[in-house]
Design a protein around this ligand. Structure first.
Ligand SMILES: Nc1nc2c(ncn2[C@@H]2O[C@H](COP(=O)(O)OP(=O)(O)O)[C@@H](O)[C@H]2O)c(=O)[nH]1
Ligand SMILES: [Mg+2]
Length: 306
């Protein structure tokens, strides 16, 4: 039988097949996949399983079917790739400018880590707080890398309808820092979800996240398909070498053509047109600084291979 993983907690997976939700475990100790992973299955994965009971629905997962795409980060603590979600059509980075503070460099990493074959959105929530001119500019900058921007306030019920209609029957994956309002947005789009929402101070005081696993809400009763994910504090990108990082910054391209060194990586090369553009304000300087920062981190982890 085949089904879709809705969530996995401590190696117990909820798998939707037809109208039934099966409680599944893995058949055998581990699932064979190409690389060593922290979690071989994530919300949105398609799997094959054997039904072991129908009432209640239970089963054993025998394999993971090929993935259309996935959002993977490198889990620093465990030193292994960690899949946050798989098989989505739209990746929506959720952000806000206050509570918690705006972290554009985090967003840069989200879009670097986004698979090629999905639409990219940036949903700026909490517009009941006003953004500074600088923050607005940085937000608008994401449009130059093909990201669609939405401004919403779940609290004031603004902008939600625009998001709802843009989903247009596709699977939306919500990702972002803890506290930006992912679960609040999910609850607004899917009143049946009843996902727990916690104040930012509650989250920090307890030192843990309210939502600690990804959860897929399947399309049903005319409601959109959404994957909510736990708040991520940090993203270390996975599967991209430092030398290739520049290809994930399409806003650098118009300047990169004029770099003096061929194959310029825009770090410390002489007469680098990207660096010059950042210095003279033609390119957002923080985008370039964010790039060099991430470059350094990747190089530190893997070493320079070229
Ligand atoms: N001011 C304001 N607060 C909001 C808004 N949306 C959500 N919040 C609050 O932000 C906090 C974190 O929300 P939550 O949905 O749990 O964030 P998540 O960690 O990204 O899932 C909660 O206290 C929400 O009530 C908004 O539009 N404006
Ligand atoms: Mg949440």
């Amino acid at each position: 039988m085949q089904g879709t993983v809705l969530c996995g907690i401590n190696n117990v997976f909820t798998v939707l097949s037809g109208k039934l939700r099966y409680e599944c475990r893995l058949k055998g100790k581990t699932l064979i996949t190409e690389t060593e992973e922290y979690n071989p299955l994530a919300a949105g994965d398609s799997v094959e399983f054997e039904e072991t009971s129908l009432n209640p629905p239970q089963g054993l997962i025998t394999s993971r079917l090929p993935r259309k795409n996935a959002f993977i980060r490198f889990n620093k603590k465990l030193r292994k790739p960690q899949t946050i979600a798989a098989g989505f059509d739209i990746l929506a980075a959720v952000t806000c400018v206050r509570e918690p503070p705006f972290r554009p460099r985090f967003l840069d990493r989200v879009f670097v880590s986004a698979p090629e074959n999905c639409e990219r959105w940036l949903i700026c929530n909490k517009t009941d707080f006003s953004a500074t001119e600088e923050e607005r500019k940085r937000l608008r900058g994401f449009e130059s890398i093909g990201v669609r921007l939405f401004f919403v306030s779940v609290k004031e019920n603004r902008g939600i309808e625009a998001v709802r209609s843009a989903i247009d029957g596709r699977c939306l994956f919500l990702v972002g820092q803890s506290g930006v309002g992912k679960s609040s947005l999910l609850n607004a789009l899917r009143p049946d979800a009843g996902r727990r929402v916690a104040s930012v101070s509650q989250k920090y005081n307890r030192g843990r996240h309210t939502t600690n696993y990804s959860l897929l809400f399947p399309a049903e009763n005319g409601l959109p398909e959404i994957i909510d994910s736990p708040g991520i504090r940090e993203i270390e990108v996975y599967g991209i070498e430092a030398a290739d990082l520049r290809f994930h910054y399409p806003d650098f391209d118009p300047f990169a053509e004029h770099c003096a060194v061929s194959g310029c990586r825009h770090i410390s090369e002489p007469r680098c047109a990207v660096r010059e553009a950042a210095e003279n304000g033609e390119l957002d300087e923080d985008r370039w600084l964010s790039y060099t920062n991430l470059y350094g981190q990747i190089e530190h982890r893997y070493g320079s291979r070229r």
